[in-house]
Design a protein around this ligand. Sequence first.
Ligand code: ATP
Length: 230
Amino acid sequence: MNEEPLRQRIGVYGGTFDPIHNGHLKVAEAISNAFALDRMLFVVSAIPPHKRKQAIGSPFHRLAMAALATAHSPQMFVSTIELESPSRPYTIETLERLRTELQPVRLLFVMGADSFKDVTSWYEYERILSEYDVIVATRPGYRNDENIAANLAPQLQTRVVDLRGGGSPFGAGLTGENIESPHIYLTDYVEVDVSATGIREAVAQGRSVGDLVPPPVASYIEKYKLYRNS
Ligand code: ATP
């Protein structure tokens, strides 16, 4: 029997979210629609290993802004799983925990093209890319025809499904007989030229970020005087 209808499809969007912005939200919405996700979980990270040298906003503020940005949506949720962990978990550990806690579930890990280009430096990245579905969202600066999976080992490259140009995952691996085998989906449903770095810089320079983050997040940044000295 095909057990797929019993398993919820949950997107897992990890990040520092310092702050969460319209790029994250538009990507999440487009991917949720295209992959018919039941839920998208924004997993606010503790200090990621590759960012430890930079100043990072308080986890409480980062979480609060993510919660405000997703409060209106019945499908978008914020997860505290990494912030509550006594150790700073790696992505593979978070995915394993979520899979255990939420089963039966199919987890689809979402990342931007910039993160995917660096993924080979992540702890146990081969397991992330072979045991879980991964959805890569394009980001301005990454050409559409660029082979961003080029530095992966051949057996991982065979998992790549290029949906760029408007392809749908249905019929491209998400259903069918190879259902148990996860894929790496390259997507370009939306291209949003916003980064948290740009937002922190704009706030520090006294510029408005009202068109880069949802209104409650803009108000929150203002109210708590975040990023003024970035
Ligand atoms: P920073 O500028 O501080 O590095 P960021 O804007 O890249 O932050 P993160 O919280 O680090 O945001 O990103 C979390 C995830 O969201 C990463 O996988 C990143 O690639 C992805 N992402 C962030 N912004 C975009 C965007 N505009 N389009 C697509 N993916 C994005």
